[in-house]
Design a protein around this ligand. Structure first.
Ligand code: NAP
Length: 491
């Protein structure tokens, strides 16, 4: 059986970052398995019209690989190009296997190794590894709504993250289900070409204006020529976004200016008072992700758009039916209903020391980890973008880099101290999570009067980080072996 020191699952921002940084440490013996055909993860998969980052591009790039972005909020193709360029230049791609799925990983305690079964173009095989680094992403498994008859629809139907570009929407009757971050980018683009557009809203989101602009003239030239200026921009953007943290985590009233901006956005985009009322959210701003768009409200107000707020009761062969009994015929349904976030599907495929999977373990406890990265009973497993690492206000790339720094230091420590297996001790794990949940109680996510995908079925927020991101980075700056049960390398 082939052995590699590290198996990395996923080649999005997280997996690629892990590969690059391990290589910098001389840890070159790794294998990256990626089920898609190239790097990029969520950014490779989300090709819907209008897809672009909703955190400014300068922050949506690695700190170690700045980029000459064309716009303040870059479109998906430019972000995808960026990731592919970073991957090419990193000299790591020879250890990536694409169109390859991690079928199952099980910890072999005697050998102090992960046994990882993978399947790809060459068939199925098992490799062993000392560490298993999972960067499979929190937004990778589309969630379809449970609506009666959805599978009986005869027209084209696809999820926002699996856009079917072979379907021409020109002049068609289109339904978009959902009004989250993806939908508000899709709706203005579809409205431009569709004959008629029905937007099905379950709850209205808060949408603030987006200060999107193309870098031009002196600014564009300066950013191109002087990479340090990009760093200055990046730092400015970082701190501007970090300013949201107190409002989210301690004093929701501090978000009043954002709420005013969102209300003004409605007033500017929509003249009809009934429609204005329908799109005005009924929960505190920040409780769900604050969205950014200048074009969403005008698209809802357009003559060819209807915003439907009655609950969908069923889908027939050619129509969507709502609770008021109205049947709206459609040719195409776009399902923009989000992802499996609080029960990460990859965890069904990872078995720890007690012989049960991480998913089974989390069914008992809820999704939880130590420092968002490691889990008792799962030695040498490192989860990137793990539980309670999510962000409502800033870029996940910052968090990913902080986690990768922690993993690097864990690997260095293991080499130096000759540890064969490390797993967080239950006391440190319990304390970490108790502190998180205690802090969570006063956040707007738990108190703002909304239900969101941040909360699991027991109402615990297992997705977001309830403090400043610089605190997260500080807490993960070095590997704290004293919080771990360690075993020396067995002979
Ligand atoms: P989402 O934020 O989870 O939104 C899903 C939408 O579907 C919500 O409006 C939800 O309504 C609705 N919905 C779910 N089930 C439904 C049902 N059965 N019937 C009717 N409506 C239903 O998903 P998303 O828009 O794909 O975004 C997910 C995350 O991806 C975002 O929060 C963000 O982190 C990320 N994202 C980022 C970008 C970017 O940077 N550009 C773009 C897109 C997405 P309720 O609100 O009532 O639950």
């Amino acid at each position: 059986m082939t052995h590699v020191e590290h198996v990395i699952v996923g080649a999005g921002f997280a997996g690629l970052c892990a590969a690059i940084k391990l290589q910098e440490d001389g840890e070159t013996d790794f294998l990256v398995v990626e089920k898609g055909s190239t790097v990029g993860g969520t950014w490779r998969d989300n090709t819907y019209p209008g897809a672009c980052c909703d955190v400014p591009s300068q922050l949506y790039s690695y700190s170690f690989a700045s980029h000459d972005w064309s716009k303040s909020y870059s479109p998906q193709p430019e972000i995808q190009d960026y990731i592919e360029g970073v991957a090419r230049r990193s000299g790591t791609l020879d250890r990536f296997e694409f169109e390859t799925t991690m079928e199952h990983a099980a910890w072999d305690a005697a050998a102090q190794r992960w046994e990882v079964r993978i399947s790809g173009p060459g068939g199925e095989r098992t490799v062993t590894s000392t560490t298993l680094i999972v960067g499979a992403g929190g937004l990778s498994e589309p969630r379809l709504p449970e609506i009666d008859g959805l599978d009986t629809f005869q027209g084209a139907l696809f999820h926002s993250a699996r856009w079917d570009h072979s379907v021409d929407l020109t002049g068609k009757r289109v339904a978009v289900i959902g009004t989250g971050a993806s939908a508000i980018q899709i709706v203005p683009e579809v409205q431009k070409v569709a004959g008629h557009l029905d937007v099905y809203q379950r709850s209205a989101p808060w949408v603030i204006p987006r200060n999107d602009r193309t870098y031009k003239g002196v600014e564009a030239t300066a950013l191109k020529r002087f990479p340090f200026l990009r760093k200055v921009y990046r730092t400015g953007v970082y701190w501007a976004h970090e300013g949201y943290v107190p409002a989210f985590t301690m004093v929701p009233k501090l978000a009043a200016p954002a709420q005013k901006a969102a209300q003004a956005n409605i007033a500017i985009g929509i003249k009809d008072p009934v429609l204005r009322e329908k799109v005005t959210p009924r929960f505190a701003i920040g409780c769900k992700r604050i969205l950014r768009s200048n074009t969403y409200y005008p698209a809802l107000a357009a003559d060819n758009t209807e915003l439907v707020t009655d609950r969908i009761t069923k889908v027939t062969g050619n129509a969507v039916v709502t609770a008021d009994g109205v049947e709206r015929p459609v040719d195409v349904i776009v399902v923009a209903t989000g992802f499996h976030t609080t029960e990460l599907p990859i965890t069904e495929h990872i078995t720890g020391t007690a012989g049960h999977t991480l998913a089974e373990s989390w069914r008992q406890t809820g999704m939880a980890a130590y420092k968002g990265t490691t889990v008792p009973g799962f030695p040498n497993l490192f989860m990137l973008v793990g539980p309670n690492t999510g962000q409502g206000h800033t870029s996940m790339v910052f968090i990913i880099e902080a986690q990768v720094a922690y993993v690097r230091d864990a690997v260095r420590t293991m080499r130096r101290a000759r540890y064969g297996a490390v797993e967080p001790n239950p006391r440190a794990y319990r304390k970490w999570n108790a502190d998180l949940q205690r802090r969570m109680k006063r956040t707007v996510w738990n108190t703002g009067g909304c239900s969101s995908w941040y909360l699991d079925e027991k109402g615990r927020n297992t997705v977001l980080w309830p403090k400043a991101t610089f605190t997260f980075r500080r807490q993960l700056a070095s590997f704290d072996a004293d919080a771990y049960d360690v075993k020396e390398i067995s002979a």
